[in-house]
Design a binder for this molecule. Structure first.
Ligand code: ATP
Ligand code: MG
Length: 253
């Protein structure tokens, strides 16, 4: 440790360079650079159709990149994840929590988590995976509903369940698509507080996609604003939150 700041995160981060993706004639991502370093929350903001979901889908291998590179590493170069399958991206340590809170409704909370743990077990990440008990401790509302069918959960509890399931794969990078959508601010704060703690203590890298700029910037260190598939701004979260012109132009605040 001598000579190094022991608070400096040592995990790997996500490096996206020149990423371009299209749906037929629609250019949904146009030469996008984004970095999500370990121990930091990086917010990706932008209005409807800006390309936020497309960015996550392309990074996680669900959509082919037309151009550009995706790396997991300390700098561009460690592990090249460009054009590899979604399974390989997940195995490399990138977990994607898509919009929609997909759980298996007839299984209990615990059974849904066990499935996540099963997937985690085949992944060769550098981190030690948490146990199901660890995840239930992070989210006490889930602990109370451990034996309940997932379909009986509230929206916030479902969001906790899909995040908890993703954490069981011991990711180094967590991609979150609109986790706050439709949730009460109090519930969003609770979920974000848990995530922030993991980022600070474990050096997790989070790439947080949100249309809700206000809540995203409340947890993020830095922010990137997308418009029509292009990066139009990039700054510290506090600076973005104060930028009236930007907020009016792209964030609807
Ligand atoms: N499956 C698809 N087929 C064709 N075009 C698509 C498809 N998915 C997205 N698009 C288009 O790609 C662009 C980017 O969409 P994307 O879903 O990435 O935006 P977004 O920023 O996530 O928006 P939102 O805030 O509404 O979720 C939009 O023009 C959208 O209409
Ligand atoms: Mg979206």
């Amino acid at each position: 440790m001598s000579g190094t700041d022991q608070h400096e995160p040592t995990g790997r981060g996500l490096h996206v360079r020149g990423l371009t993706a299209r749906y037929g004639p629609v250019l949904a991502l146009d030469d996008v650079d984004v970095t999500a370093p370990p121990g930091r929350v990086t917010a990706v903001l932008g209005a409807n159709g800006a390309g936020k979901t497309t960015l996550l889908r392309t990074v996680s291998g669900l959509l082919p990149a037309q151009a550009g590179r995706v790396h997991l590493g300390t700098d561009v170069g460690d592990v090249d994840l460009t054009d590899v399958s979604a399974e390989e991206v997940a195995r490399a340590g990138i977990a994607h929590v898509p919009e929609g809170r997909g759980v298996i409704p007839d299984l209990t909370v615990e059974e849904n988590l066990r499935l996540g743990a099963l997937l985690g077990a085949v992944r060769s990440t550098r981190r030690t995976p948490p146990t199901i008990a660890d995840v239930l401790t992070l989210f006490p509302s889930l602990e109370r509903r451990r034996k309940q069918a997932a379909h009986s959960l509230s929206g916030g509890e479902r969001q906790m369940l899909v995040i908890g399931r993703a954490l069981l794969s011991a990711p180094e990078v967590l991609l979150l698509d609109e986790p706050s959508l439709g949730l009460a601010p109090r519930v969003v704060s609770r979920i974000f507080a848990v995530l922030r703690e993991l980022v600070d203590t474990e050096g997790l890298a989070i790439l947080l996609v949100e249309q809700n700029a206000r809540s995203a910037l409340s947890i993020a260190d830095t922010g990137v604003v997308l418009n029509l598939g292009r990066v139009v701004a990039r700054a510290d979260a506090a600076v973005l939150a104060e930028d009236d012109d930007l907020r009016h132009a792209y964030l609807g605040l």
